[in-house]
Ligand binder design. Structure first.
Ligand SMILES: O=C(O)CCC(=O)C(=O)O
Ligand SMILES: [Fe+2]
Length: 244
């Protein structure tokens, strides 16, 4: 279930992680926004290297913090994710939801949940349909004593849930809506959580994540985010996208 996210020559993966990390860590408190792309008296979209959109979760299920990115801000990530999934044309690249970066500080977590969307949302003929793949890239190492594992309740053994330990540069790919009970809109075996980072942890947990939908997805954040604006940049990393 885990896959190495090593580069195959298309660019430096570690610099991608480092860019996300430095980009995410600086400016963290410079005007968070709950509902729009600007806040704190300036436009968050203007902050390099990634134009970001921060979501403050009101849901106690999730106490971490999420930033939404322009596709054009993380073309290497989108390109490599597309290659990993075998997506080979423009219409498929349009299926990605907004790339996101998530930070978990001490004590922060994301409780048990399914990534698959509700039957109503998934079966609607308008919109992008179901989430068919989750790609989660670990941007930091989190040692086992510091918690922070991605845990799958039903995929473990006698010792409890399957625990995927965050290791910088690795990725976790799973399919929230494939298989499982016939005709069900999700696979219950993918029930998972982001374990709380220990209260005395020395490190933070950072991940990047992407969700792939069945059909073309219309991004809602940050303002002005569009797949097509990233096509040229994606083409630098993704051979199949070069014909765009
Ligand atoms: O942080 C994790 O390990 C899991 C995150 C997750 O499941 C999600 O964001 O949907
Ligand atoms: Fe999830």
């Amino acid at each position: 279930m885990t896959a190495s996210y090593d580069d195959d020559g298309a660019g430096s993966t570690s610099s991608l992680f480092d860019d996300i990390l430095s980009g995410g860590r600086s400016n963290l408190d410079e005007g968070a926004s709950t509902s729009g792309a600007s806040g704190g008296g300036f436009d968050l979209n203007s902050i390099p290297p990634f134009r970001r959109f921060r979501v403050l979760h009101v849901d106690p299920m999730r106490t971490s913090t999420t930033w939404f990115h322009h596709y054009a801000g993380v073309p290497e990530l989108v390109a490599k994710a597309s290659r990993l999934l075998g997506l080979d044309d423009v219409d498929d690249i349009r299926r990605w939801e907004e790339p996101q970066t998530v930070r978990y500080r001490r004590g922060e977590k994301f409780s048990w949940h399914l990534d698959a969307l509700s039957p109503e949302e998934a079966s609607s003929t308008v919109g992008a349909g179901q989430r068919v793949a989750t790609l989660l890239v670990y941007l930091t190492d989190v040692p086992s004593e510091d918690g922070g594992a991605t845990m799958f309740r039903d995929l473990g053994g006698d010792d409890g849930p399957l625990r995927v330990r965050p290791a910088k540069g690795t990725a976790l790919l799973f399919f929230p809506a494939a298989g499982g009970i016939p005709d069900a809109p999700f696979d219950i075996r993918t029930l998972h959580c982001g374990e709380a980072v220990a209260e005395d942890a020395e490190c933070e947990k950072w991940i990047a994540q992407l969700w792939l939908r069945q059909r073309a997805y219309k991004p809602s954040a940050p303002v002005g985010n569009e797949h097509r604006k990233a096509f040229d940049a994606i083409g630098k990393y993704c051979v199949v996208a070069k014909g765009i």
